[in-house]
Design a protein around this ligand. Structure first.
Ligand code: GYE
Length: 310
């Protein structure tokens, strides 16, 4: 055994890993679930997780990263609120030889500045949403309003790109209003109210919301305008949080694309392997995207998800 041990690389046992997690905030139910799951995944592995909530401000995330670097953590998890402005602080982490793993969003920075990114295919999600609407409209005229995610975030950019790719060439479909609702229920409601006033509810055929929380806020606005969400205005969004399944069970929403809140599992597995034997993970670890519609057993999905920390 001694011989074997002689060749075993020095391993940083998970039990003594300290990892800093710079979380965006709790702007959506999905984000709250990601935080819950990340803490559970760290606990399972005996990892000491230092958690920092940035209240959706990039400067708070940069401050948190600098604090983690000063503390000499073993690694950093970062859910980057926007895609730009990270090069300097990521350079500082690299200089300190602290690997950074991105969760659920990406950054416009050189790939050598982070170890890997655990995200869904955000463009694909937009394409699936657009294709659902192409099929549902079936050639009929359909004016669409769009609630975008946080301005400058990779999901807001990529989900818009994918959706527009899917509806391109279908002249019956047109996005007539598009504005950010910052991924929150409250802003989703306020912006949807402005769309209803500007366009006239009877002229809006469908809403594409970059996440379910904005869709849930918009559903409230649509009801208050005396219209039937899911019928008068079709609703397609992304995340698959419990409340969108409740809405679909009530016929008040039509489709969602699932985003797993468990980005930390694959991230921590990659880090443990990296520390154990130096294996460098691929630059992108992709999570699955599954389409749910009004035709699915949405109460069953709601029951299965409702206690997961959303
Ligand atoms: O869809 C939304 C959260 O970054 C992809 O951020 C994630 C998005 C998610 O606010 O609910």
């Amino acid at each position: 055994i001694a011989g074997a041990m002689a060749f075993a690389p020095v391993t940083a046992m998970a039990a003594d890993l300290t990892i800093g997690f710079s979380q965006i905030g709790s702007e959506s139910g999905w984000r709250a679930a990601e935080t819950t799951v990340t803490k559970q995944e760290a606990e399972k592995r005996g990892i000491d997780l230092k958690f920092a909530d940035a209240q959706q401000k990039q400067e708070n995330q940069i401050k948190a990263l600098r604090s983690f670097i000063a503390q000499g953590v073993d690694a950093i998890l970062l859910a980057p609120v926007v895609a730009t402005g990270w090069d300097d602080v990521l350079e500082e982490a690299k200089d300190a030889e602290i690997p950074v793993v991105l969760l659920d969003r990406t950054v416009d920075a050189p790939e050598d500045l982070y170890l890997t990114a655990v995200t869904s295919d955000l463009v694909h999600e937009g394409r699936v949403a657009g294709q659902w609407l192409v099929d549902d409209a079936a050639g009929e005229k359909c004016d669409i309003v769009e609630l975008q995610g946080t301005t400058g975030s990779s999901p807001a950019i990529d989900r818009k790109t994918g959706f527009e790719e899917a509806i391109a060439g279908h002249d019956n479909l047109e996005i007539v209003r598009s504005q950010t609702g910052d991924f929150t229920r409250s802003q989703g409601k306020v912006v949807m109210e402005s769309f209803l006033k500007a366009v006239g509810g009877e002229n809006i055929c469908a809403l594409y919301a970059h996440n379910d929380d904005m869709a849930v806020g918009a559903i409230q606005a649509i009801k208050e305008a005396g219209l039937k969400p899911g019928e008068d205005i079709k609703i397609v969004s992304i995340d698959s949080v419990p409340d969108i399944h409740l809405a679909m069970a009530n016929g008040e929403a039509n489709a969602t694309i699932e985003l797993t809140p468990n980005m930390a599992g694959p991230a921590l597995d990659a880090l443990e392997t990296y520390f154990a034997d130096g294996t460098v993970p691929p630059k992108w670890i992709q999570t699955e995207s599954k389409l749910y519609t009004l035709e699915d057993d949405n109460m069953a999905v709601y029951e299965m998800k409702k206690d997961l920390g959303y």
